[in-house]
Design a protein around this ligand. Structure first.
Ligand SMILES: [Zn+2]
Length: 267
């Protein structure tokens, strides 16, 4: 696969800050594990929920509702690797998932000296990637973004928030329209990986970027928008260029074109 190779972690050429906003287009379900958060959510909602405690209530972090960077990274990783696979480009299966057996169209986890596009930018179990995803947090405080309408659901499984047997559950979600802010930091990024990120942002506009649980039940769609990109040179460390507005749009368009060229087999 003739993608542009990363110069390596030993050689710092450029540093990147990609700031983005995300707006919930559907209710969002995350699941706090502790009872005190569930009780807090129930107090905010304030209605007499027949059950004493909601089964699912949004995670709270620093007074905001949100997601770990890992959750965000997982959605980017899934969409980009599935797209590369559909384009017939070699992408490996992470060892942690390979236990389910061979996955058609994917190769085994890459050797360290020959990483695929995904391993290069997203890392592997044993080696960090070049992309770092910050927490994605609501702009407004927790109590203003959780929905006052608890949703009754049947048949949920605690772990996967998927189907379980004969259970009745109360879900407190994050309201549609809630705005979040996040950031992706990167080392030595190529225009191809920036283009791949921009491509996922495009998919989000049609509802294909889904975060949290209950995704198959009308939850989780988030619309993303890149608001600013800062490129720093490393020797010495200084801001090289800040892309915003029209210039940002042009830059993202160029990056997407190089990514599309890669998807087309580089010919
Ligand atoms: Zn790989």
């Amino acid at each position: 696969m003739a993608f542009e190779r990363m110069p390596g972690f030993h050689k710092l050429v450029s540093l990147w800050r990609i700031e983005y906003r995300a707006v919930a287009k559907e209710p969002i379900a995350t699941n706090a594990l502790d009872d005190s958060t569930k009780q807090l959510a129930a107090r905010i909602v304030g209605k007499g929920i027949k059950k004493l405690e909601p089964d699912i209530a949004p995670i709270i972090y620093e007074g905001k509702a949100g997601f770990s960077g890992n959750a965000v990274k997982g959605v980017f990783r899934h969409l980009i690797s599935a797209q590369l696979t559909a384009a017939g480009l070699p992408v490996c299966v992470q060892k942690v998932k390979a236990s389910e057996g061979e996955v058609k169209g994917r190769r085994e986890q890459c050797p360290p000296d020959n990483p695929c596009f995904m391993c290069t930018w997203f890392g592997t179990q044993s080696r960090q990637g070049a992309l770092h995803f910050d927490f994605l947090l609501s702009v407004k405080p927790y109590k203003e973004v959780i929905s006052k309408d608890p949703l009754p659901m049947i048949a949920l499984d605690d772990e996967t928030l998927g189907v379980a047997k004969g259970a009745f559950a109360v879900v407190i979600s994050i309201k549609p329209g809630t705005e979040f802010q996040g950031m992706i930091r990167g080392e030595n990024l190529s225009s191809e990986i920036i283009g791949a990120i921009a491509e996922v942002v495009e998919m989000s506009k049609e509802g294909f970027f889904k975060l949290g649980g209950l995704k198959t039940r009308g939850f989780g769609a988030m619309e993303l928008e890149i608001t600013s990109i800062k490129e720093y040179s490393a020797t010495p460390f200084k801001l090289k260029k800040q892309y915003e507005g029209k210039e940002l749009k042009k830059f993202l368009g160029e990056c997407k074109a190089t990514y599309h060229w890669l998807l087309g087999g580089g010919r």
